[in-house]
Write a protein that binds this ligand. Sequence first.
Ligand code: HSE
Length: 432
Amino acid sequence: MKKLAVAVAGLGMIGRETVRLLRKRRAELRERLGAELTLVAVADRQVGREARALSLPGRVVRYADPVAMARSADADLFVELLGGFDAPRRFALEALGRGRSVVTANKRLLAYAWPQLARAARASGASLAFEGSVAGGIPVLRALELSFSGDRVLSLDGILNGTTNYILTRCEEGLTAAAALREAQEKGFAEKDSALDLSGRDAAQKLSVLAGLVTGGWLKPDSFPVAGIESVESRDVAYARQRLGKAVRLVARLRFAGSAAAPLVEAGVSATLVPLDHPLAAARRQYNALLVRTASAGDLMFYGQGAGAGPTASAVLADLFVTARDLLGGLPAPRPGPRPLQLAPPGSAVSGFYLRLEVIDLPGALARIAGALGREGVSIASIHQDLAAGARAVPVMITTHPAPRGRFELARRRILGLAAVSKRHCAMRILG
Ligand code: HSE
């Protein structure tokens, strides 16, 4: 029986689960693959302790330095589950440089080092698989890369961050955002630095990976508008639901135009009001969802757990299986190097908007706000003033008809400059 040797770097929550599954599913994998996937090396800062906790046999070589393992371990497949950026990048480049295939679940690595990794993989003919990097256990990357080969992907709308979805949906159930974040941290969905989740940057990195797969281009995560949920309050969630019939979700979106050779991409991440009967509104708690609109197959919805050890390790195992199968049968042609991607001007995306302001209850204040929107050609769809007896500043909730984002942003800036309006506010896109 043929053997393929596996080395795993990073024995954190996901690394440990990957090693456990690799051993637990050994017989099934062997049967389906016609070859044995054998763990030969592990790397971790606490490698002795982790190897003991996993009861790894003595023949599994232990490394404290993952890059040293990538440089010297006698493995066919190198799995990167270290977290962070520098060490994973050096690890992946070292292994790919030796012509060894790499499996990673690191979205940040893909989002920021995509061209470098693709070049290294191309040069050595090795393969790079990263199903676990976006939407955890949902097999969305392989589907986007392969399943629409004869079709055309027109747009993607996704809930790609489990932590913010957990917070927003727990707020719908009456919890405060701070308490919901603490729960998400306890459950292990949140990033070490939860600002990455809350600011939308985690979702932006994942969007960059998705755009790369669909277009073959590199969408830099800092090159498109990204706004998170920091300014969303429980009262916005309640107002959206009760008065507007909408749910608040952090939605990452891509629209593809132009030609296959010269794609034009509109990208963005923002807190978004989604109609309650929209499929994305059905994704609750830590669940992720991706709505894919295609030219021939129509609309498709992917749904599942986007974070956590089990779902991510499941995706890593799938990558190991597919890469091992390719190694045995002949690797597919490497992905072409990234091509330039043209981004649509960020202000051109058209949608309705929600704006919650804190306004001092003075004569003429609302007229000035309406005037600022009107001056930019943004038409008001609804306006609600929440009069609390005795309060100096009252919340004013406005929704607009569809308008170019750039015009809305100009109006918003002007409104926030008004003497009667506090800087504290919340702005969201409205979908549909
Ligand atoms: N912090 C991420 C999330 C983990 O909440 O979705 C998975 O990438």
